[in-house]
Design a protein. Structure first.
Length: 284
């Protein structure tokens, strides 16, 4: 494909050739250098240096009565340093799905932007949106394409959630570094603080939670993760940085606004003064 045919007043041939409705496949055939995994040069000693590249944690997804909530803390670390305190690590991928990123931030953001284009491209070509399972499969392909960099310490391990209109419920998909994905029944977490977040969710989660309750449960879980994991940031009342909470229902994707997120965070912090180890399951 010619790199630039604009001066001749016509599109390059690759844009006119028939092909599958995948923007990723199009790039792989015609502009492979634009793929995230091709844009990062690594050397044999890169694994040690990768620890000094900004990394993001922790992401949680929880199903509830109206759909699914996906949330993340706001901290990005660079080795033993805090690189950012107010990062947004949960991003809508289309009207009814969102992804939370953990791992190497720069590559993860590139991957999410490409994933957004992939879903938009498919819908434009086919005239219908990709199914939720189909979206998870496309994300699997992208993560697998990053495996070479992951083996050098530049891994991206997202958490994907969305509302399944056919099943009328929220669904969660977790991934491993090779791109394999698994559907989670009730909740999932990824990132360095995930073991502590999952421990909290095992205690606090119950099926059929209301929107208010699921938000409180997730903030409690992020608080527990931050309490044990230095790479996870808890609610910062002084700087007014609060967890990012994204709800996905039959109405679409909605991020909890700043005032509501702040009120939930303040309530959780106040409760922890009386019960430092967190609420008992029956307290919610």
């Amino acid at each position: 494909m010619s790199a630039d045919a604009s001066e001749r007043g016509q599109l390059p041939a690759g844009f006119l050739a028939p092909g599958p409705p995948s923007f990723i496949d199009f790039l792989a055939r015609h502009v492979p250098g634009a793929l995230p995994a091709r844009r990062v040069a690594t050397s044999p000693g890169a694994a040690g240096r990768a620890r000094r590249i900004p990394h993001g944690t922790t992401i949680i997804a929880v199903t509830y009565a109206d759909g699914v909530l996906i949330a993340g803390d706001r901290r990005i670390t660079q080795g033993n340093l805090i690189a950012h305190r107010d990062a947004e690590k949960v991003l809508a991928t289309d009207e009814f799905s969102a992804v939370g990123i953990s791992g190497t931030v720069g590559i993860a953001l590139d991957m999410v932007r490409l994933f957004q284009l992939e879903l938009e491209h498919y819908e434009k070509v086919e005239g219908v949106p990709l199914s939720l399972v189909g979206k998870a499969n496309r994300l699997t392909t992208m993560i697998r394409g990053n495996l070479g960099l992951a083996m050098r310490g530049l891994a991206v391990i997202p958490l994907f959630a969305g509302y399944d209109a056919a099943g009328e419920r929220g669904r969660i998909f977790s991934f491993d570094v090779t791109g394999g994905h698994h559907e989670e029944r009730d909740f999932a977490a990824t990132g360095s603080g995930s073991p502590f977040a999952r421990g909290a969710l095992k205690k606090l989660y119950r099926r059929g939670l209301s929107e208010d309750d699921v938000c409180a449960v997730v903030v409690q879980a992020l608080y527990d993760a931050a309490d044990e994991d230095t790479a996870t940031g808890g609610p910062d009342l002084a700087r007014q940085y609060y967890p990012l909470l994204t709800l996905i229902t039959e109405e679409g994707v909605r991020t909890v606004d700043f005032e509501e997120s702040a009120a939930i965070a303040r309530r959780v912090v106040e409760q922890r003064r009386d019960r430092p180890d967190g609420p008992a399951a029956e307290a919610l």
